[in-house]
Design a binder for this molecule. Structure first.
Ligand code: FUB
Length: 327
């Protein structure tokens, strides 16, 4: 695409893209999305319609310039441990190396998280031969903290299999908690200095309501579903995520990167299409929300397009709710 990007319009239209993780690398905006394929699949609760095989990385010199597709950066065929479904990725930079974190189903049909490395933010990326030991579920998001520590957040319900891991091992028959029990939280693990392994076993993050009580599984307007993202602002950690069945992006805050987090409100109201997935990045003194919808395909859940818009964080630290189709 040679035209400058327009906020709230697809970043690219020659491929379907979703699940954007945006970062500033080398003075530019780099976007790490899923690459939705143009095939017909009936939607189901297991997410079989999201049958992606590779990643393309996008970049923009600034918020008003064209968006460049850097081409295939990693393909399923080159990942020995992965069988199918390259879902929402994220990226990080350390040790003069760029790291791409990504979920996929392994050869036992269990979602795991892998990592691949490159000398360039645009790739191509070389995958590690095995998934990260002790990893499971989907939607990795990495926070590089100011003191040099790195945390990976992940987890998703339903097709993302988080319900199956409540005992610490995979139970294919496990169900989620009852409506009046605490909801499942995303998981967090500190990454090793080389960003290739977990330092410790992943821990569950608590998300609390305004009274300090855990958000319950039946509270579908606020409970965690998938797509975690953590950014830091004025010393506070903001955990934002999708509520899945109610289709909002919401946020909770904490003074500790591992929580507990206190629920605060909505960032993005529902978009066209079942899934909603986002990232938040500061670039040239402004904050931006990257997100997707299914507008480019006329509403097909599995053919999405990445968009972005400016985000307002108020003086008191609260985030203004965005209606994706409002003003
Ligand atoms: O793109 C596949 C899955 O859909 C992602 O991993 C979820 O977050 C949802 O956007």
């Amino acid at each position: 695409m040679t035209q400058p990007v327009t906020q709230r319009e697809p970043l690219v239209t020659h491929i379907y893209t979703a699940d954007p993780s945006a970062h500033v690398f080398e003075g530019k905006l780099y976007i790490y999305p899923s690459h939705d394929l143009d095939h017909e699949h009936t939607s189901n609760d297991n997410g079989d319609q999201y049958d992606m095989e590779d990643y393309h990385i996008l970049s923009m010199d600034d918020a008003n310039s064209p968006c460049q597709d850097h081409g295939e950066a990693l393909h399923l065929r080159d990942i020995p441990w992965a069988k199918q479904q390259l879902w929402a990725p994220d990226a990080a930079y350390k040790n003069n190396t760029y790291y791409l974190f990504f979920p996929a189903r392994d050869h036992d049909n269990i979602f795991r998280i892998g990592v691949a490395t490159s000398s360039s933010p645009a790739g191509p990326f070389t995958p590690q031969p095995e998934y990260i030991p002790g990893s499971f579920s989907i939607d990795p998001a990495v926070l590089m903290d100011d003191d040099g520590s790195a945390f990976i957040y992940f987890g998703g319900l339903w097709g993302g299999q988080l319900e199956k891991w409540q005992t610490g091992t995979f139970d294919p028959n496990a169900e989620g908690p009852a409506a009046d029990e605490p909801a499942l939280g995303p998981r967090v693990a500190e990454l090793s200095d080389d960003l290739l392994t977990f330092k410790d076993a992943p821990r569950e993050i608590s998300i609390l309501d305004e009274n300090g009580q855990p958000i319950l599984a039946g509270d579908e307007e606020r409970r965690y579903f998938e797509g975690p993202w953590v950014h830091k602002h004025n010393g506070l950690y903001y955990l934002s995520y999708s509520t899945g069945t109610t289709h909002n992006i919401v946020y909770a805050v904490s003074e500790n990167p591992q929580g507990p987090f206190t629920y605060k409100g909505k960032i993005l109201t529902p978009v066209i299409g079942w899934t909603t997935h986002h990232s938040i990045v500061q670039f040239q003194d402004k904050w931006y929300l990257f997100y997707h919808d299914s507008s480019l395909s006329g509403g097909a859940d599995n053919k999405r397009c990445v968009k972005f818009t400016e985000l307002t964080i108020h003086e008191d630290g609260t985030i203004e709710t965005i209606d994706p189709y409002g003003k």
